[in-house]
Design a protein around this ligand. Sequence first.
Ligand SMILES: NC(=O)c1ccc[n+]([C@@H]2O[C@H](COP(=O)([O-])OP(=O)(O)OC[C@H]3O[C@@H](n4cnc5c(N)ncnc54)[C@H](O)[C@@H]3O)[C@@H](O)[C@H]2O)c1
Length: 466
Amino acid sequence: MPARSIAARAINAATTRRGFLTATGRAAATSSLVALAGSSPAVHAAGSDEIRVALIGCGGRGGGAVADALTVPGANIKLVAMADLFPEAISTCRRSLGEQFKERADVPQERCFVGINAYKQAIDCLRPGDIAISATPVGFRAAHFAYAVEKGVHAFLEKPISIDGASTKRIIELAAKADAKNLKVGVGLMCRHSEARRELFDRLQNGEAGDLIAFHGYREHGPVQPLDLYPGPPAGVSELFWQAQRFHGFLWASGGVFSDFYVHHVDEVCWMKNAWPVKVEAIGGRHFRGKLDDQNFDSYGVEWTFDDGTKFFYSGRTMKDCEQKFAVFGQGSKGLFTISARGHAPAKSTIYKSQKLDKDNILWTAEQPEKNPYRLEWEHLVAAILSGERYNEAVRGAQASLATAMGRFAAHTGRTVTYAEMLDSPDDLTAGVAELTDDSPAPLQRGADGLYPVPMPGRSKYEFRS
Ligand SMILES: NC(=O)c1ccc[n+]([C@@H]2O[C@H](COP(=O)([O-])OP(=O)(O)OC[C@H]3O[C@@H](n4cnc5c(N)ncnc54)[C@H](O)[C@@H]3O)[C@@H](O)[C@H]2O)c1
């Protein structure tokens, strides 16, 4: 299917007013659905009301996703298996979840699996109708999703879910296979589940801010890990495992900080605009250099363009000790609006009476306190599993990931990139990742100078290689 029609189909499915109302109704109905399902043994594919969960990638977000799953009101959910590259990651996560959820997160040692293919053993502990959570770096996402679909289990895929055209196509193909098996797929773009943003979307569609003309967003903060990778892997840790652990630094593993950090904001804007961008121009560079630089720039300036000419301007900065900013705004012909004011939650979505961002100028602002969107995304996924209704966020998540990757690619190559070009780009950053074993060489090798190849705008056709 041509890129544009794939784009149009998913955006509309996700964001029409009917879609919004359905989703809102679903949120409101979650508790009653769960209660209903508890008394109906037929609702779960495996014939039991217990839903088992396997966690792949036992880091910060993986543990958080399990906690969100186990907190869905009224649902009978249990963590039964865990997989990671590092046994210490499993121990820490297992201890913390065990303290919080007792026997519902009491995973025995024999169901804790270590290694790059440990995900298969963890998923093998599930029955059809259970849920596999992939919360590793995105580089492994398609492999995990493929095995979950093969085994007939539902999937929760952390964002981003693709990093280039090839991985986007893989996810879209897998999404179709998941649909064919009536599997439910949640994607960790939790902002889509925020009730404040859903109300904002509805109000924008009703014309409360007028025609949507421009968007501007910012994600500016210090590095989550040093951008200087010197001195490299510690003793006893392979280059492959280390690159997977330090995933923000390697494009094959994460799509870099660009894909990993900015996908939420790109997704929010495309949702509100009700379209995917058709092209992007971007600049970027690295001011602070280390002894062993990773593959990121430390600053990016991006301009996405939608088909009707609307622009989305974005600033990304990953530098220490600079001013911090984490917000997205839009401008309508009648007034400015805030999509999210500071961080992801609470969104504090607001529409202003004019272009002035001023407390005295508010037309509408989201009711506070807001429900936690990380919890809501799980309530919606589990409600769909229990009710059997179609629920698959993978295509939309892949499109948001592709729209994000376009910006990174444009900055790293120094060229304007269209959505269709990005989807069809032959550079496959995760080629061969599904076949890796614990002893494989890392996908990225250092050059003769002992350094990792880094993006060179104007020189490299595909970010860091020709
Ligand atoms: N939705 C959100 O707001 C949100 C927030 C944070 C992170 N995330 C996403 O979650 C993912 C993980 O981020 P994190 O912050 O938890 O990182 P993390 O480093 O805390 O955890 C990642 C874990 O995955 C493990 N891992 C790496 N490769 C693996 C593999 N092939 N098989 C099994 N385990 C593997 C690592 O050892 C590590 O324990 C990323 O994609 C990130 O973008 C989403």
